[in-house]
Design a protein around this ligand. Structure first.
Ligand code: ATP
Ligand code: MG
Length: 325
């Protein structure tokens, strides 16, 4: 069975983009693949964060994965820092990767702009740790949102460079995209992100969800209710595609282009479908919040199983490097 690896940062509230771009796809993929999902806390410390919140965010992120259907029966869920070999392998990968490859990464450029006063080495090295996360499990596929495709490409390059110098150890992983690989924020401009104030959280209360959706940017050229709109350039329509069936999509597309429906009508339909799909996940998440011991058990067992896998990989890596073992 082919192996899949992917990760999510405990940097804030999990939002619709994370859900349709990653998590929902992960749940589907557990049916066919040996899946490992990781809460990547060492990635989260590459930006400023409230230290007192990190434990809570880490548990909550794992909790949402479990509530979404990523349970121990279907996959492994664990926390990155609990398996320290990830960072060990990252160091080794540092020594085969040209700095120029990291400097040209779009996320590094974006995050450097967002965090001008803290452009630290970890921010630049982020994709190397990500390559280690993936390759240490010899994963063949990495289901991610569009923003992470460049990093997965880099991990292929890292595998190639390592293998060429030290011998064939790592496969070259491929990215897998969901049907909604890039959801924009409610501003309709930047990618929806936990660290930007532009997201709709999947555990937010319904009133706040609706308020954000109601005021979210649509097709900017559709100014009046009577103006026809263009669904192709509308972020709300791209979210619709992730939550609504083909009949609704057809009706919304037609209604928008002919000004038969207004943006609020369109958003109401989306909201209904969105709440319907998210409700069971939200219910499970809220009940897990009363039983975080279960969540801690899951991630503890996940780390235990993953440790066994990475120990094997690291044995081969240390031998290949010629280290005294
Ligand atoms: P941060 O702002 O801290 O970077 P984030 O919202 O980008 O947080 P990540 O933890 O970096 O979330 O990414 C987790 C997964 O969700 C990745 O696979 C990423 O590609 C995917 N993802 C994140 N944002 C979106 C989005 N707006 N649309 C689709 N997929 C997304
Ligand atoms: Mg991100």
């Amino acid at each position: 069975m082919k192996r899949i690896f992917s990760g999510i940062q405990p940097t804030g509230e999990i939002h619709l983009g994370n859900y349709v771009g990653a998590i929902r796809n992960w749940v589907e993929l557990t049916k066919e693949y040996d899946c490992i999902f990781c809460v990547v806390d060492y990635h989260a410390i590459t930006v400023e964060y409230p230290i007192e919140e990190l434990k809570k965010r880490t548990i909550e992120t794992a909790l949402i994965l479990i509530a979404s259907g990523l349970t121990p029966d279907t996959c492994k869920v664990f926390v990155q820092s609990h398996v320290p070999e990830h960072t060990e392998l990252a160091w080794i990968f540092n020594c085969v990767t040209p700095i120029g490859e990291l400097e040209r990464m779009t996320q590094f450029k974006d995050k450097s702009r967002q965090h001008r006063t803290n452009i630290n080495m970890g921010l630049m090295d982020y994709p190397i740790l990500q390559a280690a996360d993936i390759l240490i499990y010899k994963a063949g596929f990495v289901p991610v949102g569009e923003d992470q495709v460049q990093h997965v490409e880099l991990s292929r390059e890292v595998a190639r460079k390592f293998n060429a110098r030290f011998g064939e150890i790592f496969p070259e992983p491929k990215a897998i995209l969901s049907i909604a690989p890039k959801i924009l924020g409610v501003d309709g401009a930047a990618k929806m992100s936990k660290t930007l104030n532009n997201y709709i959280g999947i555990l937010e209360d319904e009133t706040s969800m609706w308020e954000k959706l109601r005021t979210a940017v649509t097709d900017v050229n559709r100014v009046r209710r009577t103006d026809p709109g263009n669904p192709e350039v509308c972020n709300i329509y791209s979210i619709h595609k992730a939550f609504s069936d083909s009949q609704v999509l057809f009706d919304v597309d037609k209604g928008c282009r002919t000004a038969g429906i207004g943006c609020i009508d369109c958003k109401k339909l989306l909201f209904k479908n969105l709440v319907e799909e998210l409700s069971p996940i939200r219910d499970r998440a809220f009940s897990l919040m009363k039983n975080t011991d279960y969540v801690l058990d899951v991630i503890h067992n996940g780390a235990h199983d993953c440790s066994a896998i990475v120990k094997e990989t690291m044995k081969d890596v240390r031998n290949a490097l010629g280290l005294l073992t």
